[in-house]
Write a protein that binds this ligand. Structure first.
Ligand code: AMP
Length: 215
């Protein structure tokens, strides 16, 4: 199974992808996570991407498509892929078709998380993750059960993304509207798009996604 989670920043793609990984042993392929790791490690890709990401603009199509290809090659052929934050442009959507077919994979579902954009700034500016295992939390919507301690791994270190500030979020939304939303019709024409209400409670969103995967 190969699926794309599509939606603006803060729609819940990463959270839902993590849940699918836990339940189904699929792999989350998040170009945002890959780029942040590259920035942290100071690789040539990271050095090129850092300032672009801080502004909330899109990194070049070649860079992200190369990252996706490498990641798929590191996976077992039977492991399902959840694309989170990729593709983000029409060029990337075209690249993904080639990347998948070269590996004998096909795209099964594109799940669009439908959200009210007004709520997204609050979602994004309140979110943080465990610095050790990456589990996501939120100041208002999902605090760790024991304050200051990760539910999943027990770490007491957390981090926030530098681009999760209001000004950068606005640019990221504009990029989504201008460049990413237009790729939906490509997949609609193939009849593989399902729309899920991303404003519902996390468990309900997960259940709605599971239903799509079963159907
Ligand atoms: P994300 O974690 O998906 O919100 O991505 C964070 C940032 O990484 C974005 O604002 C972009 O600067 C960059 N990025 C992530 N994925 C892509 C992509 N598929 N294409 C271009 N830039 C990306």
């Amino acid at each position: 199974m190969n699926i794309i989670l599509l939606g603006p920043p803060g729609a819940g793609k990463g959270t839902q992808a993590q849940r699918l990984v836990e339940r189904h042993g699929m792999r989350q392929l998040s170009t945002g996570d890959m780029l942040r790791a590259a920035v942290k490690a100071g690789t040539p890709v990271g050095l090129r991407a850092k300032a672009v990401m801080e502004r909330g603009e899109l990194v070049s199509d070649e860079i992200v498509s190369a990252l996706i290809g490498e990641e798929l090659d590191s996976m077992g052929a039977d492991t399902g892929a959840i694309f989170d934050g990729y593709p983000r442009t029409e060029a990337q959507a075209a690249s993904l078709d080639g990347i998948l077919s070269a590996r004998g994979r096909t795209l099964d579902h594109v799940i669009e998380l439908d959200v009210n954009e007004d709520a997204l700034v609050e979602r994004i500016t309140g979110r943080f993750t465990c610095a050790n295992c990456g589990k996501g939390y939120h100041d208002k919507f999902e605090q760790p059960r024991i304050p200051g301690t990760c539910d999943k791994c027990g770490s007491t270190e957390f981090k926030r993304r530098p681009d999760d500030n209001e000004e950068t979020v606005r640019t990221r939304m504009a990029e989504y509207r201008a460049k990413t939303a237009p790729i939906l019709p490509i997949y609609e024409a193939r009849g593989i798009v399902s729309r899920v209400n991303g404003m519902a409670e996390l468990d309900h969103v997960t259940a709605a996604i599971e239903k799509v995967l079963e159907g």
